[in-house]
Design a binder for this molecule. Structure first.
Ligand SMILES: [Zn+2]
Ligand SMILES: [Zn+2]
Length: 187
C-alpha cells in the first residue's frame, strides 16, 4: 500500500472472502506507518484478515528474487513509490507523486521502467500532488529512465483527450507508453 487514499484502498474489502474462504490465514499487508490506525478505523471487520506490516522508506522487502523498496514520493500525505529490483533489472512504480524528492531521484536513476503519475492532461490542477502527461515524460527523462509508462491517467480532468489521440501525441517519444491493466514487465 503506497498511501492511504481511497482510489488505492477502496478495493481492500474484496480481499475479505479470499482470506476467509480460500487462504484461511491472514495476508501480510505492508502499509504506511501513519495508515495503520486508518486501516483499523475503516476496516474493523478485517483486522484478522490482513496483518499490518508498517514499511519504512529505504527498507526493502524480499519476494523470491525480487527486492521491493519503498521510496519517498511527494503527494501531500505519507506516500511511497516502489523500486522493484531483480538481477540487473529495475522498475520504479510511482503512481501518485508531484515530481520526486532528490534522494528518490538518485535511487531510481537509469531504471529500466518508470511507471509514473500522469494524472492530468495539460493543466495540472494539483501541482503539489500529481503530474501531467508532459511533466511525467520530463520526469522520466530527468532520471534517465529507459522506458516511461504513464499511469494514474484521469483524462476527464483539465483537457479531455481520447486514448487514440493520446497515443498519437506520445508517439513522438518511442520510450513512452500508456499503462493498462494486466501489463507485464520482464523483470
Ligand atoms: Zn493519492
Ligand atoms: Zn491515486
Amino acid at each position: 500500500m503506497t498511501h492511504w487514499h481511497y482510489d488505492h484502498f477502496g478495493g481492500l474489502g474484496e480481499l475479505e472472502y479470499y482470506v476467509r474462504l480460500q487462504r484461511n490465514e491472514p495476508l501480510g499487508f505492508a502499509v504506511p506507518p501513519s495508515a495503520e490506525s486508518q486501516f483499523a478505523a475503516a476496516f474493523p471487520y478485517m483486522l484478522d484478515c490482513l496483518s499490518c506490516v508498517p514499511w519504512e522508506f529505504g527498507t526493502s522487502f524480499r519476494f523470491g528474487d525480487i527486492r521491493i523498496t519503498p521510496l519517498e514520493a511527494n503527494h501531500g500525505c505519507e506516500t511511497a513509490g516502489l523500486l522493484l529490483e531483480s538481477g540487473t533489472k529495475r522498475l520504479a512504480y510511482f503512481t501518485d507523486t508531484a515530481r520526486l524528492p532528490e534522494t528518490t531521484k538518485k535511487a531510481v536513476a537509469e531504471v529500466d521502467w518508470l511507471i509514473c503519475d500522469a494524472t492530468f492532461h495539460d493543466e495540472n490542477w494539483f501541482p503539489d500532488q500529481h503530474m501531467s502527461v508532459d511533466q511525467a515524460i520530463e520526469m522520466g527523462r530527468e532520471v534517465a529512465a529507459r522506458h516511461i509508462v504513464l499511469a494514474h491517467l484521469a483524462l476527464h480532468y483539465a483537457n479531455p483527450i481520447t486514448d487514440k489521440d493520446l497515443r498519437n501525441k506520445i508517439s513522438q517519444h518511442p520510450q513512452v507508453s500508456l499503462a493498462y491493466d494486466g501489463m507485464r514487465f520482464g523483470l
